[in-house]
Design a protein around this ligand. Sequence first.
Ligand code: MG
Length: 330
Amino acid sequence: MTKTITLACGNGGEENNELISHVFYKAFKNEILEKSEDAAIIHGGELAFSTDSFTVSPLFFAGADIGKLAVCGTCNDLAMMGAKPKYLTCSVIIEEGFELSQLERIVESMRKELEINGAIVVSGDTKVVPRGSVDKIFINTTGIGEVLQKGISSNNITEEDVILVNRDIGCHGATIFAAREGIEMSSSLQSDCTSLFPHVKALLDAKIKITAMRDATRGGVSAVLNEWAKQSNVCIEVEEEKIPISDEVNGICEMLGFEATALANEGTFVLAIKKEDADAACEILKAFNPHAEIIGIVTNRHVKKVILKSAWGTSRFLETPTGELLPRIC
Ligand code: MG
């Protein structure tokens, strides 16, 4: 590891994983933390508990803002464990000189999104720091959810599961990049930032056998698939042409030299569903977004690896993203 923290250490990919395991896991080592789930499962399996900080730049972008993101991010991590988001904390660090009207707009976005989740903010903290000590505003939210379906875990994926995504991928990363670079998109490209609890509730109500779910935030779909392959000691084989990607996102990827599978999302999740329930799950997800798709299978061909198979019959490993990617994406 490098002696100082680099931007790559926060990329949601390889360097980020290395920092977490070398510094934080080493110091905080315990059974719950080492499960590396989206949210910790505590209190005899009945509660899910998660935290996330938001530093996105710009604060306002097509489809969402930092406030909506701050509620979706934490609530989605709870939902990914089959939990209903209930109680959140909200801590803000604000730069001196920040406009009150902007703060009010951000908090109003948070209020709207809390309502969708049926959650409330029950505790918070406000810090104001001198000009230049922070860029405008950073927000942290921590959340507690009630587990509706026990046993959902990224450590339990087997060859009995198939892999799905709920929509076309990469919209958040592409939107932030376009906004930052001042690229005028004459298209409908906007962040996918959404609360995912309604999706999860619909799956649970239909008694779908869910093995694992994970929102594909920093590091994108490729980070999730690689984490799962390692955690569950399986090989995940994905058909490239099945991965839904819009033309707008493909266009941005060409400019960036990125792969859409490495782009961040904020309302896109990957699911491992028992084979017999996969079609039913896909139908339920299509009611939210018509691009929901079954993208792959689980095998033992190369354990701990993800294989991307092209339409022409070739295949290659899909690796965990590395490098700086896009800092301050969330
Ligand atoms: Mg997550």
